[in-house]
Design a protein around this ligand. Sequence first.
Ligand SMILES: *[C@@H]1O[C@H](CO)[C@@H](O)[C@H](O)[C@H]1NC(C)=O
Ligand SMILES: *[C@@H]1O[C@H](CO)[C@@H](O)[C@H](O)[C@H]1NC(C)=O
Length: 332
Amino acid sequence: MSNQSEAKVAIAAPVAAKPVAAEAVAPIPNGLKFLFGGLAGMGATCIVQPLDLVKTRMQISGAGGGKKEYRNSFHCIQTVVKNEGPLGLYRGIGAALLRQATYTTGRLGVYTYLVDIFQTKFQRSPGVVDSMAMGVIAGACGAFIGTPAEVALIRMASDGRLPPAERRNYTNVVNALTRIVREEGVTALWRGSIPTMGRAMVVNMTQLASYSQFKTYFKNGPLKMEEGIALHFCASMLSGLLTTITSMPLDIAKTRIQNMKTAEGAKPEYRGTVDVLMKVARQEGVLALWKGFTPYFCRLGPHTVLTFIFLEQMNQAYRDYAKRNSEKSSGL
Ligand SMILES: *[C@@H]1O[C@H](CO)[C@@H](O)[C@H](O)[C@H]1NC(C)=O
Ligand SMILES: *[C@@H]1O[C@H](CO)[C@@H](O)[C@H](O)[C@H]1NC(C)=O
């Protein structure tokens, strides 16, 4: 899923930021920062969306101890392309973009708000631990705000695997959201919000806690690596691996709960997060909690790097624009 990338962007930023002469940098207004952050994440989402779809399909495959539809991720891609065409891999892209937009804006908005409150209350800037705590809370709030788009996404991405008569046939994300409200009530939009928020928090805390630990180990441990790209790469790979392992069980709980059919009084298959975890472990084996591991892990790195690249492009474009404008107004 998309959400773990943000923390890594924050970590990667100091590495790649070039030192620029102070006077040349026009500070980017807060509103634009939100916009650029959101757009960069959306651009990256467009490129990695197929991996997300494969992850979702793998997590649903074999639910309830039934027959597994896909043997592995490659088989899943093959089957989707064969049965639904290559564009089948992009089902639900509108919902994925909406999720990225709502999650990012929500998270940044809440974070800025919390920092403001902190500064007014304590009359100082937040320290490392304060920022971390506020980041984790903001991540959970962002996840809550992004849940409706997430429900639409999971359902649209999984629809194509069903026989036509059982499909939901949402035509696009707006249609999906309005139909969910009409058919199942407003609260259905927040189905699975608890594991969604839990996942955001686990991702964030694992990343914050493990990245610097791994970095220290590679630097001072037996490898004695130098500060630089290679070190950052190794530390983020391992931190990403750990994040994937810790957050996947919550992710499968979220996917299964959001995909449940409850319209027309059908009895819901799962009662909640713990129920999903127990049932999956019992019926499909404990390792099934990590279904979709490969696409989930493969998506992390590229999503982070692409978000960062897009963000840098937009920041640069803004700086160029601001510079041209100031030259004009100073009569050059
Ligand atoms: C995690 O928290 C940090 C702040 O400590 C924040 O910058 C980052 O965006 C958060 N990431 C997620 C995925 O919530
Ligand atoms: C979706 O479309 C198929 C036919 O393509 C139909 O059989 C099915 O009932 C539709 N599903 C819903 C929920 O309307």
